[in-house]
Design a binder for this molecule. Structure first.
Ligand code: CS2
Length: 509
């Protein structure tokens, strides 16, 4: 431990002057927002916006951070009184700020009771969440609640001791209905398509099965706005903790590192009081859809592409993959030639400029975003990032030769992790086992592999899977990416002129 010690309220007045600290009276701060899933992204995004708001227009908007999955918050934020440092890193530049908006943390991994107590309390009027794509327990290809999901099966049988996010929220709303009855907004901050609509639908489906008037009460008292959230903030590493200590002289095990860019676009649909995040840079709009497509297809689509092709090509981080001329050329061409034409006009945004800005963000060498981290849970990400733009293009008879490559990349990434293909790396994806079983059964014939994987209708909508053009492109991609030299395949795709691809959409392997 360094001489200055660990971050906490007692250290606030003794930090180096270049570290900024909360510009409001934290002791006077009362909770009004609960957040589920206090990871790096939340600390670098919603909690920072809230910290900005408290400094500008102080009100009862302290955050109660809840974790329902590991890690334990008590060991990091808890022992620091909720305080943590947010570092902005842009190549050589470092900016440090202590964020004070989290007033309390609650660990609810063992039992739902502590989370339910917070979520049902009358002073909580806004619940935000970053619970990852799979937290919604929806079927990726159609957004419906997965009634076969083990946690949903459990929660429908044990509604008072839920494990899943939909089960927990439905129970919290039931408790609100039965006690004070105050309205609440449930605001998803995850990268799933139409996130508010999906959240509303999984919670309502659960509530309908619960009965007792809960679904009607929800319709009258709960809002589920959609939102687009953006800031690159990888999982914190030991190296980040050491860097902070070396540079600023104190220990902070909840430090988080992010890029300078940030964006939050929220659908103007609320129940009860609302934190005025629009006073500090967020935007309230009537329709989030164009913003959501823009961000998930361009920025997230590029990240996902670089993650799979990057791992296959031997690159560790996004910025390493972007430093490779072949991958950088590929991703720019994919976004410009195929993704960009699928986007709706976005108020105040030049689409080509947005593509360039996104690519520039991905070159930031100070953000150590591991390709394996982004590659995690690809089955829950590829629909909104890659398959939806592919569907839009197929509907217009346009080429999908480039967008199909990262789809094949996701398949190759999971296939190469299987025993039959030598367990090249460890993966984490709800469909990893299923993919390994397919690899074991089918072997190395790319077309047969593609056929078997495209039959997973929870990911590939049957109408998309039926497209000959899509099937042929994915099979060709898989062939190239499973070969001994996957980068040669990417180079080959990049070398083909646009015209050739347009005329010969179903490239032969
Ligand atoms: C990333 C996102 O891990 C991932 O899936 O693509 O976390 C991404 O960094 C954020 O959406 C950026 O806003």
């Amino acid at each position: 431990m360094s001489a200055a010690g660990r971050l906490g309220p007692a250290l606030l007045g003794r930090l180096p002057t270049e570290v900024s600290t909360p510009a409001y009276d934290r002791a006077a701060l009362k909770p009004g927002i609960a957040h589920i899933g206090v990871g790096a992204f939340h600390r670098c995004h919603q909690a920072e916006y809230t910290d900005d708001l408290l400094a500008k227009d102080f009100d009862r908007w302290g955050l109660v951070g809840i974790n329902i999955r590991p890690p334990l918050l008590a060991e990091t934020l808890g022992r620091q009184g909720g305080l943590y440092t947010r570092l902005i890193r842009q190549n050589d530049e470092v900016e440090a700020r202590v964020v004070g908006s989290i007033v309390r943390v609650v660990d609810s991994q063992e039992s739902a009771a502590p989370a339910l107590e917070v979520l049902s309390s009358p002073e909580i009027e806004m619940v935000t969440m970053t619970v990852t794509e799979k937290g919604y327990c929806h079927i990726p290809s159609n957004g419906a609640l997965d009634l076969g999901h083990p946690d949903i099966v459990h929660d429908l049988a044990n509604p008072q001791a839920p494990r899943s996010v939909p089960g927990m929220l439905a129970r919290a709303l039931e408790l609100r209905m039965a006690s004070h009855g105050r309205p609440v907004t449930l605001l998803s901050c995850d990268n799933i398509p139409a996130n508010g609509t999906i959240l509303g639908s999984v919670v309502r489906t659960f509530a309908e099965r619960r009965g007792g008037g809960l679904a009607d009460w929800i319709d009258a008292n709960v809002a589920f706005p959609s939102a687009m959230v953006d800031r690159i903030a990888p999982a914190t590493t030991e190296a980040d903790i050491d860097t902070l200590e070396g540079r600023f002289g104190y220990r902070d095990s909840a430090v988080v590192v992010g890029e300078r860019f940030r964006q939050w676009v929220i659908e103007n649909r609320f129940a009860g009081r609302v934190p005025r995040w629009d006073l500090v840079g967020a935007t309230f709009v009537d329709d989030v859809t164009p913003f959501e497509h823009l961000k998930m297809r361009v920025l997230n689509g590029a990240q996902t592409t670089l993650s799979y092709l990057g791992v296959l090509g031997g690159f560790e981080h996004t910025s390493d993959a972007m430093a490779d001329p072949v991958l950088a050329t590929f991703v720019r061409r994919m976004l410009t030639e195929e993704t960009l034409p699928t986007l709706m006009p976005v108020p105040g945004v030049s689409l080509p400029a947005y593509v360039e800005q996104s690519l520039a963000r991905l070159t930031n060498t100070a953000i150590r975003h591991r390709n394996h981290q982004i590659a995690t849970d690809g089955s829950q990400k590829i629909v909104q990032r890659l398959l939806n733009p592919i569907r839009d293009r197929l509907a217009k008879g346009e080429s999908i030769a480039l967008l199909s490559v990262p789809v094949a990349g996701w398949m190759a990434y999971l296939i190469k992790a299987s025993a039959r293909f030598g367990r090249a790396w460890r993966v984490s994806d709800p469909f990893a086992e299923k993919m390994a079983a397919i690899a074991d059964r089918v072997g190395s014939d790319s077309k047969a592999l593609a056929d078997a994987i495209l039959a997973i209708d929870a990911i590939f909508d049957p109408s998309l899977a039926a497209s000959d053009m899509f099937r042929a492109n994915v099979a060709a991609g898989l062939d190239g990416l499973l070969s001994d030299d996957p980068m040669a395949f990417v180079r080959h795709v990049c070398a083909e002129p646009t015209d050739a691809r347009l005329k010969r959409p179903a490239r032969s392997a």
